[in-house]
Ligand binder design. Structure first.
Ligand SMILES: [Zn+2]
Length: 238
């Protein structure tokens, strides 16, 4: 049912004139096949968060085996590791632009670009950068920007299909998985979930005090071990 719904949804969106450039999904093989065969003009990306989450789940399962409890201590590192890999790939652009496609980093680790070997003509025609050029220095400072690299950790794990996960919560309320509904019922229940989502997530405003100031809460974030401000929103409406 999933590939069928996916195909219908995509076709309808595109028929209505929406120009879909990138589609991020989990790694379901049937969707991969569909994207390859029916929507080959759309770039297909995997949601890294799903992959990391899935891997963590598998690790938790293995950790339940007797004698394997030690694995539990390592599951959190999985998510961190994903962002490290991503950062590493991101930084590799600084090699590629200099026509260097295999290199060894400061830690003695060997890396190479993901692309297929370039033909002689491709090598000749690209406008490679010289390491001592100002252009390369400027690009480096942009790519290696500390704040960007730090933000990337969050981008890698929580963007993409994250907002869709939020939508699943009202969806499950109106369409519990354990019950079967006829097509019409499914559709109308889905509409209700969309209305609720739009009303409470998309359109919801930050709460204000009587004098009109925005309201915040102070919350301790365990992960970053810092106090952060969280917006207080107006009450949910159903
Ligand atoms: Zn390269």
């Amino acid at each position: 049912m999933e590939p069928l719904a996916f195909k219908r949804g995509m076709t309808e969106l595109m028929d209505q004139g929406l120009d879909v450039e990138v589609m991020a999904t989990d790694r379901s093989t049937s969707i991969q096949k569909l994207m390859r065969e029916d929507f080959h003009n759309v770039q297909h990306e995997f949601d890294i968060w799903h992959t990391a989450k899935g891997f963590r789940k598998k690790m938790h399962k293995k950790a339940k085996k007797k004698g394997n409890e030690i694995l539990l201590a390592w599951t959190r590192s999985v998510l961190v590791s994903v962002s490290v890999v991503l950062k590493c790939r991101w930084k590799s652009i600084l090699q590629h632009v200099r026509n260097e496609h295999e290199w060894t980093d400061d830690d003695g680790e060997h890396h190479r670009c993901d692309h297929a070997p370039l033909t002689a003509q491709e090598r000749r025609l690209r406008m490679w950068l010289k390491e001592d050029s100002l252009a390369f220095q400027d690009l480096s400072s942009l790519v290696l920007d500390k704040r960007l690299l730090r933000d990337m950790e969050k981008m890698a794990l929580f963007k993409h299909t994250g907002p869709l996960e939020v939508f699943h919560s009202p969806l499950l309320k109106y369409i519990p998985k354990r019950k079967a509904f006829p097509f019409q019922g499914m559709r109308e229940r889905c509409h209700l979930a969309i209305l609720e989502h739009n009303e409470n997530i998309v359109k919801r405003k930050q709460a204000t005090t009587k004098t009109g100031e925005l309201r915040f809460n102070r919350v301790f974030c365990k992960r970053s071990k810092q106090w952060v401000l969280k917006k207080i929103f107006t009450p949910h409406s159903f």
